[in-house]
Write a protein that binds this ligand. Structure first.
Ligand SMILES: [Zn+2]
Ligand SMILES: [Zn+2]
Length: 242
């Protein structure tokens, strides 16, 4: 089936339009050009910094905040091309981009802390969409990305959360308003609420998966719901640092 479609629509790089042979979504040159998060970066929120950082330092993004997750890390640093790919996936419904973005997200797994979580087989949990948004979009981009990560690194993935509060678009809100808006926005799905699955309480921890990490308020609200359900440790993996 895929081959037949390839014949009709020869695969091209989604950024520069050059022809591709290997079923990827980006050509090598474009993929290499996209900036990755590299050391030094904040050990808590994954914000990257220029220059040398010796020893612990105060991150301007999270120094006065205590998150419900232990740490968050994005694979890719801010750039308009990566953001464009994510927007095309989410708003343009170009679901075929999930594969390439999921594979880019796997870049964080070389981080020494993620290496441990991989060995301990932590559970991947995508950040859920509100049902009304899911009906419009037909898929949850975080889940599509999590599926690729699960397959690539052979970790289990489960949809254990649901979004119970419809939060209007967050971009124009202040940090404080966002946090207020997100309080109690997430819960365990009903089936898990009745009888928490063995995996949720016996698993060493949960890796929350989302497309973009901006202030961390969304994943923090998810982490809070998971911790309330008895999950001991939570880390966060995203494709992009927004
Ligand atoms: Zn290209
Ligand atoms: Zn930070």
């Amino acid at each position: 089936m895929k081959r037949a479609l390839d014949g009709l629509y020869p695969p091209i790089c989604e950024l520069c339009g050059c022809g591709l042979k290997d079923g990827k979504v980006l050509c090598e040159a474009c993929e290499e050009k996209l900036p990755r998060i590299a050391s030094p970066f904040c050990e808590t929120c994954g914000e990257s910094f220029f220059g040398q950082v010796d020893g612990p330092f105060d991150c301007p993004n999270c120094k006065d905040i205590s998150f419900q997750f232990e740490f968050a890390l994005a694979a890719m640093d801010r750039c308009k091309e990566t953001l464009e790919l994510i927007h095309r996936l989410k708003y343009g419904k170009e679901i075929h981009l999930a594969d390439g973005l999921g594979k880019l997200a796997c870049g964080v797994l070389s981080d020494r802390r993620f290496q441990i979580l991989l060995r301990e087989k932590w559970l991947l949990v995508p950040v859920p969409l509100h049902p009304s948004r899911l009906r419009k979009r037909h898929f949850n981009q975080a889940e599509e990305i999590a599926k690729v990560v699960a397959k690539q690194c052979q970790l289990p993935m489960m949809n254990v959360l649901k979004r119970v509060r419809k939060t209007s678009t967050q971009t124009r809100l202040s940090r404080k308003q966002r946090l207020e808006n997100l309080k109690k926005a997430f819960e365990l799905r009903n089936t898990w609420k009745m009888k928490p699955p063995a995996t949720l309480t016996t698993v060493r921890g949960v890796i929350l998966v989302d497309d973009v990490f901006t202030t961390g308020s969304t994943v923090d609200a998810c982490a809070k719901a998971l911790r309330k359900a008895g999950v001991k440790r939570v880390a966060v993996l995203t494709v992009l640092r927004g």
